[in-house]
Design a protein around this ligand. Structure first.
Ligand code: ZN
Length: 67
């Protein structure tokens, strides 16, 4: 993947939001309805030049709620 700003080739890294370092993920759930949580892993791309990071859901359809 290319950086949107400087077109440098980005590398992947683990995006961690806490000290547990389990990595980031997306979660979605309908309110008030008993339904299992929908989860997708996230891949993080990092630009080596400007430091721009991009988060991509690995399985976006899994997190999308049905209407
Ligand atoms: Zn960049």
């Amino acid at each position: 993947m290319e950086c949107l700003r400087c077109k440098a080739e980005m590398f992947t890294a683990k995006f961690c939001a806490d000290a547990v370092r389990t990595g980031a993920y997306l979660s979605n759930k309908k309110k008030g309805i008993f339904e299992s949580e929908r989860i997708s892993g996230v891949t993080c791309y990092v630009c080596p030049v400007c430091g721009h990071i991009e988060l991509i859901a690995n399985e976006p359809q899994k997190v999308k709620l049905d209407r």
